[in-house]
Design a protein around this ligand. Sequence first.
Ligand code: PRP
Ligand code: URA
Length: 206
Amino acid sequence: MEEMTHPLIQHKITILRDKRTGPKQFRELVNEISMLMCYEVLRELPTELVDIDTPLTRTKSHYLSGKKLAIVPILRAGLGMLDGILSLVPSAKIGHIGLYRDHETLEPHDYYSKLPDNINERLAIILDPMLATGGSAVVATNFIKRSGCKNIRFMSIIAAPEGIKRMAEVHPDVKIYCGHLDQRLNAQGYILPGLGDAGDRLFGTK
Ligand code: PRP
Ligand code: URA
């Protein structure tokens, strides 16, 4: 697991947590944080030297090579992270995995999924701002692995130790990037101190 240390990310997460932050600013911040995190998550993308002509001379210069990307937001809240990522990698293909957590059992239920055809040839980045029990992350990763994809990373803005542990047990090969590792879950499965319900705060549904 890699936790982000950049002061800009930490500053924006503080405003995101604040209960006075409304949906418009919440959406803007989720996008900005995702873009800043994406910079770190993709730090090791391979490049190759290619020949190009500048207006002045011929030269060799770095160009992205190797696996192409698939960005896979978990609905609903993961959608809030998508535009920030796409502003950096606009040619990535996009998949969707629809999951909601049962409020009593905290078990994830799937209601929709669609992945790019050739996701098995891509590096898949799963997006979900909240990694709580880890149930949704495990189900989403299972689904992507069943499509043949072997190279998967998981991006969350806030994570609980319980979710990190569950993912490490079930999917030790999937590297997790989180904006901040919080303290624990409460009895209802919400992350403390957390930011509340990410989907409701993004879309103004509560
Ligand atoms: C939230 C969140 C994650 C999940 C995390 O979604 O966006 O997908 O809970 O919890 P877990 O780690 O315990 O599985 P929710 O089920 O509230 O659905 P929503 O995004 O549609 O609001
Ligand atoms: N899902 C959320 O949106 N928030 C939490 O704290 C836990 C799960």
